[in-house]
Write a protein that binds this ligand. Structure first.
Ligand code: G3P
Length: 229
């Protein structure tokens, strides 16, 4: 049973200084208010030092930005899946372009997430990687061409084929895996094109965090995802 709805808007806060201190809670509360207003699934990924505080303050799904396949107990500095589960995180990004891990560790984490009923959102940089990861049966695969991350040049406009090819590749392996896309997305139009290409949602960071009006931009990005009755 999936613990998330699609289409999904995933906002990765990364470590931008705009979201330090209480601002991670602030942007998450804004996201929650828009999720309530639009009924769109909005998922926020705060940095680890504020993860628990954000989860405690909002009711929308909160995901970690990274986890380690480390043991419970003496594993200093690692982020253990059981711990994020214990604070009511609902999942995590895995293998983000800015935090890459081996395919073996990805496989172990997907299995561990399944046992913990956590949602695995595994990132990929290429079609080959999408294919390799899809065979491991994560819940979600996000295609993100690294050269477009933070560029303001939307993957859905600059490289639409990588989105449609990712969807086709995954559907040939397991239609239950949802494909999201990210990198350079800035506007509601960028989101609309991604959905038309078959993506079940988008990941975004700088286009939201660097905006001077979080509420307006998150609402704009959500509108193409609003389900008509
Ligand atoms: O996780 C999504 C992120 O990598 C995309 O970054 O700044 O291009 O929206 P950005």
């Amino acid at each position: 049973m999936k613990k998330y709805r699609t289409p999904s808007l995933v906002i990765n806060l990364k470590n931008y200084d705009e979201i330090y201190s209480h601002f991670s809670v602030d942007i998450s509360k804004i996201s929650e208010s828009i999720a309530t207003e639009t009924d769109v699934e909005i998922i926020v990924c705060p940095p680890n030092p504020v993860l628990y505080k954000v989860v405690e303050n909002v009711s929308i799904p909160i995901y970690a930005q990274h986890v380690d396949d480390a043991k419970i107990g003496s594993s200093t500095g690692s982020i253990v899946p059981e711990l994020i589960k214990s604070i009511n995180c609902q999942g995590s990004l895995i293998n983000h372009s800015e935090k890459r891990i081996s395919i073996n560790e990805i496989e172990k984490l997907i299995q561990r997430f399944r046992e913990l009923d956590l949602t695995s959102l595994v990132c990929a940089q290429s079609i080959d990687e999408v294919e390799s990861i899809a065979k491991l049966k994560p819940d979600i695969i996000a295609i993100e061409p690294p050269e477009l991350i933070g560029s303001g040049r939307a993957v859905s406009k600059v490289n639409p084929k990588i989105i449609s090819d990712s969807v086709d590749t995954v559907n040939l392996i397991d239609k239950n895996i949802d494909v999201l896309c990210g990198a350079g997305i800035m506007t509601g139009e960028d989101v609309s094109i991604a959905l038309e290409l078959g993506a079940k949602g988008i990941l975004i960071a700088s286009g939201v965090i660097k905006s001077n009006d979080w509420k307006t931009i998150i609402l704009e990005l959500s509108k193409p995802m609003i389900k008509s009755d």
